[in-house]
Design a protein around this ligand. Structure first.
Ligand code: F6R
Length: 254
């Protein structure tokens, strides 16, 4: 019998799936605003959350959702890419979400991929400390890699890692070359800075999004295998408030 706490929600399409997630984020932001407080969001990049960000932008433009009381922390950044590089995750967040809403960019955090090698550990410690100082992450959005990575925590990876520098798996480099680097594998950085699995697990709520049949195997492993270091997303089973929001194709093997 599985001891998984993970709740799975399956929709016909990703557009339909993200509506409830965006509504939950909007409710959190509005409730905090009414109390004069910040909502703290953990955000992801990659192809998966784009549809969620589109819906949040729509809520801002059409339904008056303000992001003025939002503080955000992104999961990860390529090591070596400045935020002005069009494949950096800072650039992605600006163009896919932040530039289209009224968020104060000074309150949006993405790990700095440009710090010198001897300052990376310090920057990572500060990133974790900044999350704590903000009161912790209220809702963390995740995608999942075909290796089972969350953030860029590639296997093998235990449940206690903090924000740190990692070497990317070859499968991840290939997937990201295809999706984001015009298939030029030599342009994909081989290293990144990522929140650790332990950092992610401290979030009050976690919402993992996955679309398409190429994610079906890893979704099955994450939900149904006993938590193990060869599938980092399986550690999410230990979280008391984690939801996997899936389309039919990604949920096909459950
Ligand atoms: C991105 C991230 C990664 C991606 C994963 C899936 O910030 O942390 O874990 O969520 O690589 O990427 P896509 O969504 O492009 O399939």
């Amino acid at each position: 019998m599985s001891t998984s706490n993970i709740v799975t929600k399956v929709s016909d399409t990703k557009e339909e799936a993200v509506k409830a997630v965006a509504a939950e984020i909007a409710a959190l932001i509005r409730a905090r605003a009414a109390e004069g407080k910040e909502a703290v969001l953990g955000l992801a990049t990659g192809s998966t959350p784009v549809v969620l960000y589109k819906e949040l932008i729509r809520l801002h433009k059409e339904e008056g959702l303000s992001f003025k009381n939002v503080t955000s922390f992104n999961l990860d950044e390529y090591y070596g890419l400045p935020g002005t590089h069009d494949q950096s995750y800072r650039y992605f967040m600006n163009t896919e979400l932040f530039d289209h809403v009224d968020i104060d960019k000074a309150k949006t955090h993405v790990p700095d991929g440009t710090v010198p090698a001897d300052k990376v550990a310090e920057m990572c410690e500060k990133y974790d400390a900044d999350i704590k100082a903000a009161g912790g992450i209220d809702i963390q959005i995740l995608g999942i890699g075909r290796t089972g990575h969350i953030g860029f925590n590639e296997p093998p990876c235990g449940p206690d890692t903090r924000t740190h520098q990692v070497t990317l798996d070859e499968i991840t480099i290939k997937d990201n070359a295809r999706l984001f680097f015009h298939d030029k594998i030599e342009e994909v950085p081989t290293s990144a800075v990522t929140m650790g699995v332990g950092t992610i697990l401290e979030s009050k709520k976690i919402v993992l999004l996955a679309w398409g049949d190429n994610k079906a195997d890893i979704i099955y492993r994450s939900v149904c295998e006993a938590p193990n270091e060869n599938c980092p997303a399986s550690w999410l089973q230990n979280h008391p408030n984690c939801v996997f929001v899936l389309d039919k194709a990604a949920a096909a093997k459950l």
